[in-house]
Design a protein around this ligand. Structure first.
Ligand SMILES: Nc1ncnc2c1ncn2[C@@H]1O[C@H](COP(=O)(O)OP(=O)(O)OP(=O)(O)O)[C@@H](O)[C@H]1O
Length: 256
């Protein structure tokens, strides 16, 4: 099941004086798939880091299922963070380990310890679950292969299987297709959205590709210089509302 997320008046100014977010508000329903768009430097990653509390906001609240994450102590926060499965642009796999071992890492902190995950005799229950996650991404046949002997698309599938092993209710995907060719990118977006839909998971995905945003998102939130400038269901978006985003004369944003 997915989780309800609310962000209220979220602002972030870094120690160097750069204001990356200003007064961001939105509510995301359980199971909703939201795409976050914006130029380089518009604040998308900062928003992700504030939502997962790897970065402390300067002001504002982030509620997950009604619980305000910035108010939690570290231990309770860890429990809430486990609800968030993060998919990265560069996969973040451990390349000298097997596909299976990488997926097992998703159980760390949930049921397994570091030793259990790495042991060749990781419990059969954990291995069965990891195999099930690999089946969901179509890679069960590669469970024994080293992670460095995979294509980019296959590496991202392993990362998605590892994220599933964590049993999250929220997927935070930070440019999951930026390192892939267009065909592999489309396949990964189709897989992520299928998994999110089947399990009713809430998904927030940072993308730079407007076509993928319109094809795979339910709703688009766009940021410009740290402010929310668009928040609408995909079906109600006129692409001209986003022309500023794809104007080749626009410069990289620097917010100060
Ligand atoms: N740790 C940091 N310390 C200081 N400034 C930062 C830090 N991280 C990001 N910034 C600044 O905050 C602003 C927003 O950056 P952020 O990475 O959130 O943007 P983004 O939209 O994710 O960009 P991109 O698409 O390039 O990943 C930028 O001006 C950036 O230089």
């Amino acid at each position: 099941m997915g989780a309800v997320i609310s962000v209220e008046r979220l602002a972030k100014t870094y120690e160097n004086g750069v204001t990356a977010l200003r007064g961001i508000d939105f509510n995301i329903q359980a199971g909703e798939k939201v795409v976050l768009l914006g130029h380089n430097g518009s604040g998308k990653s900062t928003l992700f880091r504030c939502m997962s509390q790897f970065e402390q906001p300067t002001e504002g609240q982030v509620f997950v299922e009604g619980v305000n994450l910035p108010s939690l102590n570290k231990r309770t926060l860890r429990t809430y963070r486990k609800q968030m499965g993060i998919v990265f642009q560069h996969f973040n796999l451990i390349y000298n380990l097997s596909v299976m071992q990488n997926v097992l890492f998703g159980a760390m902190g949930r049921t397994a310890t570091f030793v259990q995950v790495l042991a060749p005799f990781a419990t059969s229950q954990l291995r069965e679950e990891a195999m099930d996650c690999l089946e969901q991404v179509g890679l069960a046949h590669l469970a024994g292969r080293r992670a460095d002997a995979l294509s980019g698309g296959q590496k991202q599938r392993v990362a998605i299987a590892r994220m599933l092993m964590q049993r999250p209710s929220i997927i935070l995907a930070d440019e999951p297709i930026a390192s892939l060719d267009p065909k592999a990118g489309k396949e990964i977006m189709a897989l992520l959205t299928k998994i999110a839909s089947n399990k009713g998971m809430t998904m927030i995905c940072i993308l730079h590709q407007l076509d993928a945003a319109l094809e795979f998102g339910d709703r688009i939130i766009a940021l410009k210089q740290g402010e929310k400038v668009l928040d609408a269901p995909v079906g109600k978006i006129d692409q001209r509302q986003l022309s500023w985003l794809y104007d080749i004369d626009e410069k990289e944003e620097g917010v100060s």
